[in-house]
Unconditional design. Structure first.
Length: 630
């Protein structure tokens, strides 16, 4: 498989783009003509620069408004094409993209267009150039790949072929399986892009909101399966027009792009065996069976406050590490590790972020295979020296430089707690609060980073994404989207802050980076949990009484039930299949907090409708504590 990416997809000037694209592992680039025109080096120099980066020019594009022009524009158009062919020869490009005509002067007619292309084919052949014809979704007469193919078929010229672009096909809801009938050798090039499912003008949608395959809602996999079935084994190229990417980090956008292509092709290979597209071998997406632990980095003093909160939530200290200053706190199936050791990764994480969740452990079937897939997809592996009595646990880097460890059922890893920790009695008497497992972890990041982490989780783990929801903070918008597996044993919410004044934005700026901002524990009975928490001295976040009036108005709740919610500060939601109860801890440090949830029936969400009221309450509490208003 040869991979490429269009220069429009990435921020920076032409040479920055090239460096980022080459470093990410692509074989080639599509030179978007304006990127060349804006650059002040000759076509020859550009060709040399591309070559010096170990890349090839896979495509030069776009040539606009070609087919179906009346005279005198027609002759002008052919003269313009000839000039561009000269330019391409100097650059060392041998494939040009012609997109379907959008000019008001254009005349329709499949045969007229086919004749124009045939004539252009002769001109191109003399220059050693091939021409690919692409239907823009908003083309004046040609806006469907089936019509573009019919024109190419009738042009019947070895130098004229078809260019497919997943966006144009899928945005118009054209069945991608219609591609299966096209001979693979007449498809000269394939462009790939995904997009979120918006109902908007096609051109505007395409020019501003495309994203990497796997980041959006289009069936790019279905499209690519159909392409693979034709026997096409040419270049797969990303052509992503995206406002955010234009201002993003060239390096990280390029890395995401490469990851998205590998992810896509790996999926295609598993479902379309007749295809001829070669992808590096990797294990399939990894099913996760749950969160085995979360680890906090802290110093001893700050750990005290954290431990007090955990104890009030019903956790007990059950283990002390054999050789390090590390404690294990447990309740139900939840393991919380508190690492105050003055050496190693956790300490480094504490130094740069303050007290924070520096590490999570995921339960998987095969920890080594998990790292192998992640590594093939460009994730960074993590290792640190193994101390006396410690196990070597496979790990990768996650959000904000944190670590994700993988625990499987192999003999040593499944015994990690018994091997590395000695049992202790904490001498405390807090009652167990009935917390059973981690329902979800919530990661906060800059909005610009959200797609990166969405793709990270979706490509490595067998997970899907939920729809994006808006969370209203009094100081701005935070967008939230969850990644989850089918049985709910892994749920991660990604929360993208657009500014620093929101609770989420404040957490990022004061914690020096993205990270886990809250952890939600599950209980089987929230009212019993509240009783235990009260006995343990836990004070929940207080919610405005106005919220409960509205709950009653919306759901018509029993008076006793409503009062029970209100007196305990429990937030409530309902969907078609079940109910959801949420209780919050006060915030800790720069805005970290715990949540307790109960799901009844098949409730699927995360209480998005309640988030605004929770945030307002948290901000009120910040102010009451005398912390500056935020
Ligand atoms: O938006 C455009 O004009 C445009 C140009 C070239 C393409 O390949 C494309 O998909 C869109
Ligand atoms: Mg295109």
């Amino acid at each position: 498989m040869k991979t490429a990416i269009a220069t429009v997809s990435i921020a920076g000037d032409f040479s920055e783009k090239l460096s980022a694209i080459a470093a990410a592992g692509f074989d080639g680039i599509e030179i978007f003509e304006n990127d060349f025109l804006a650059f002040d080096r000759s076509p020859k120099d550009v060709g040399r620069m591309v070559h010096d980066h170990g890349l090839e020019i896979s495509l030069f594009q776009p040539f606009r408004d070609f087919e179906g022009m009346p005279e005198p524009q027609r002759s002008r158009t052919f003269a313009r094409a000839e000039r561009k062919f000269d330019l391409m020869q100097e650059m060392g490009a041998d494939l040009v993209l012609i997109c379907s005509n959008v000019s008001p002067l254009a005349q329709g007619g499949i045969d007229r267009a086919a004749e124009d292309l045939r004539e252009l084919g002769d001109l191109a052949a003399r220059c050693g150039i091939r021409v690919g014809y692409e239907a823009l979704a908003w083309g004046r007469f040609i806006n469907d790949h089936r019509d573009a193919w019919e024109i190419v078929r009738r042009a019947d010229h070895p130098n004229i072929g078809l260019i497919l672009d997943s966006f144009h096909t899928l945005a118009r809801k054209t069945d991608p399986d219609t591609i299966r009938a096209i001979p693979g050798d007449k498809i000269f090039f394939v462009q790939l892009a995904d997009a979120p499912n918006f109902d908007m003008d096609l051109l505007y949608w395409s020019r501003h909101f495309r994203n990497m395959p796997g980041e959006g809602d289009l069936d790019v996999t279905g499209f690519m399966r159909a392409v693979a079935a034709t026997g096409y084994d040419g270049v797969l190229s990303l052509e992503i027009f995206n406002d955010q990417f234009r201002g993003g980090s060239p390096k990280s956008i390029a890395v995401d792009g490469y990851r998205s292509l590998l992810f896509l092709m790996d999926q295609v290979r598993r479902t379309e065996s007749s295809g001829r597209i070669i992808v590096p071998e990797m294990p399939d997406r990894v099913p996760v069976a749950g969160i085995e632990f979360v680890e906090f980095a802290a110093d001893r003093k700050e750990a005290e406050e954290l431990v007090t909160m955990l104890a009030s939530l019903g956790f007990r200290k059950t283990g002390r590490h054999m050789s390090k200053d590390v404690e294990l706190w447990r309740q139900g199936g939840i393991n919380i590790v508190i690492n105050t050791d003055p050496h190693g990764f956790a300490h480094a994480s504490y130094i740069s972020h303050g007290t924070n969740v520096c590490d999570i452990g995921l339960k998987v079937a095969d920890a080594k295979a998990t790292v192998s897939r992640a590594e093939t997809l460009g994730a960074k592996t993590f290792e640190q020296p193994v101390g006396p009595g410690e196990l070597k646990i496979p790990a990768i880097r996650g959000l904000g430089g944190s670590v994700i460890h993988f625990i499987d059922d192999s003999k040593d890893l499944s015994q990690v707690w018994e091997t590395e920790f000695e049992r202790v009695e904490d001498g405390l008497k807090p009652g167990d609060a009935g917390l059973t497992r981690i329902d979800h972890i919530a990661e906060t990041m800059n909005y610009d980073e959200m797609l990166t982490w969405l793709l990270f989780y979706r490509s490595i783990f067998d997970t899907e994404k939920t729809a994006m929801v808006d969370v209203i903070d009094p100081a701005g918008l935070v967008r939230s989207q969850a990644i989850e597996n089918a049985d709910g044993s892994l749920r991660v919410t990604l929360n993208g802050a657009e500014n620093r004044k929101t609770l989420a934005g404040h957490f990022i700026s004061e914690g020096f980076g993205s990270g886990i901002q809250h952890i939600a524990f599950e209980t089987g009975d929230i009212f019993q949990t509240v009783k235990a928490l009260t006995r343990n001295g836990f004070t929940p976040l207080e919610i405005s009484p106005n919220y409960y009036d509205d709950l009653d108005a919306r759901f018509g709740l029993e008076e006793d039930f409503l009062n029970a919610l209100k007196s305990s500060g429990i937030l409530y939601d309902r969907d078609g299949s079940g109910e959801y109860f949420q209780l919050y801890s006060p915030t800790y440090g720069e805005g970290f907090f715990f949540e307790v949830v109960e799901r009844r029936g098949g409730y699927k969400g995360y209480g998005a409708a309640n988030a605004q009221f929770r945030i307002a309450a948290q901000k009120r509490r910040f102010r009451a504590k005398g912390t500056p208003a935020r």
